[in-house]
Write a protein that binds this ligand. Structure first.
Ligand code: ASP
Ligand code: MG
Length: 404
């Protein structure tokens, strides 16, 4: 049996913690398993390095930025391999390019293209514990790349897929995936299992337990992923392929995302080509537009509203203001005090009336819905940011588990 274990930043946040991780890895090895371990940088380290870069340059060179931030993981693989050797285990570290984790050249957000796991696999077969640096890869020109924030999750799942591991365990500082953020919602409960598709929705809608690309990998290669705490021995949440019984649960999770800003174009003439004219420059500037709403026009004019991540709002707004006169819009409105609150569940496919119950629940609290979007297994609403926590709580209690 082959296990890939990934330990996040808080799990390797100090020398003491690294020694604890070494003991857990050693115990897995003692149980007769082959173990590959993927680690993140010590908590806070990636931010510290990015901060240093910003003291040198307002927009640090992207290639050099990856050379810099990848050092965080180089430190932890070395320390963990040392700790395992201290305990008497045959361990050694491999960096991304040594594995080899081949990526494209999009510095700071590179995508894994393939993994040549021969060296890793033969070392595992010989009984070694291999400690792999998360977050980093190498492009076709031998440049160091990184996979985006939280990218060690993706390294771990990709390694598990390439090595055909039996399970990928993600050790973190929470003990699993919850039906809502327990800090907001006292009745939130730990999910014992969740389908890849539900987790994909939750991850993209604001639940920060796993990097979304890691879930995409898990789904594509059907890797069972076990998200659990490195601070306890308890079972966490299993990410697994869907089975029919999962549709019995109508709503699995409620999540919120405050990283939203809303832009509205008022009184836009309803003519072909205007949306294309508006959104093309925004797309060319690499801004990801989330929800878009356009009304049916009554008198040949319509309003058009969309949301973007807060960090991209000023870029998007500049494009909209430039396009507005050309398009013939009467004006532009902007609101950054909004949140997206979403419910997710496979059961929505087969159960009617979930949206109505969601809207009734919000109405009872006097929460106004500004935008709505749906997919097969989720419903999202945009509301005033100040009601975010209330909305999550009441939706959780109404649709998942009632207050005791
Ligand atoms: N160290 C990187 C980060 O902080 C990657 C990771 O921890 O997954 O984003
Ligand atoms: Mg993480």
């Amino acid at each position: 049996m082959l296990i890939v274990q990934k330990y996040g930043g808080t799990s390797v946040g100090s020398a003491e913690r690294i020694k604890e991780v070494a003991k857990r890895v050693a115990a897995t090895h003692d149980a007769g398993r082959q173990v590959a371990v993927v680690v993140s940088a010590m908590s806070g380290e990636t931010n510290r390095l990015l901060g240093l870069a910003r003291q040198i340059a307002a927009h640090p060179d992207e290639r050099e930025s990856d050379v810099l931030v990848s050092t965080g993981e180089q430190v932890t693989v070395a320390l963990l391999a040392m700790a395992l050797k201290e305990l008497g285990y045959p361990a050694f570290s491999l960096l991304g390019h040594q594995v080899q984790i081949a990526t494209d050249s999009a510095f700071g957000r590179a995508r894994i293209k393939h993994i040549k796991a021969d060296r890793l696999l033969s070392a595992l077969r010989e009984g070694h514990i291999v400690v792999v640096a998360g977050f980093q890869g190498v492009d076709a020109e031998d440049n160091i790349t990184t996979l985006g924030r939280g990218g060690s999750d993706t390294t771990a799942v990709a390694i598990a897929a390439a090595a055909k591991a039996d399970v990928c365990e993600i050790y973190t500082d929470v003990d699993g995936v919850y039906s809502a953020d327990p800090r907001i919602c006292p009745h939130a409960r730990k999910l014992s299992r969740i389908s890849y598709d539900e987790m994909l929705e939750l991850a993209s809608l604001g639940t920060k337990v796993l990097q979304i690309r890691s879930v995409e990998f898990a789904k594509r290669y059907q890797v069972p992923v076990h998200v659990r705490s490195s601070f306890s021995a308890e079972e966490g949440t299993w990410l697994v392929p869907e089975d029919p019984s999962m549709e019995d649960v109508i709503v699995s999770g409620v999540t919120s995302d405050l990283d939203q800003a809303k832009i509205t174009l008022l009184h836009v003439p309803d003519r072909p080509g205007l949306a294309a004219k508006l959104f093309s420059p925004i797309a060319e500037d690499n801004v990801v537009v989330d929800m878009i709403i356009q009304n049916a026009s009554a008198d040949g004019f319509t309003d058009l509203t969309f949301t973007v991540p807060k960090g991209d709002a000023s870029k998007a707004l500049a494009h909209v203001k430039a396009a507005a006169p050309e398009i013939g819009a009467a004006g532009v409105a902007f609101d950054a005090d909004v949140a997206k609150v979403s419910i997710v569940g496979l059961g929505m496919r087969s159960h009617a009336g979930v949206a109505a119950r969601m809207f009734q629940t919000l109405a009872r609290e006097g929460i106004n819905i500004q935008m709505i979007s749906t997919s097969e297994i989720k419903i999202s609403v945009v509301i005033d940011a100040k009601y975010t926590e209330l909305a999550v709580r009441v939706l959780h209690d109404a649709l998942i588990s009632p207050a005791q």
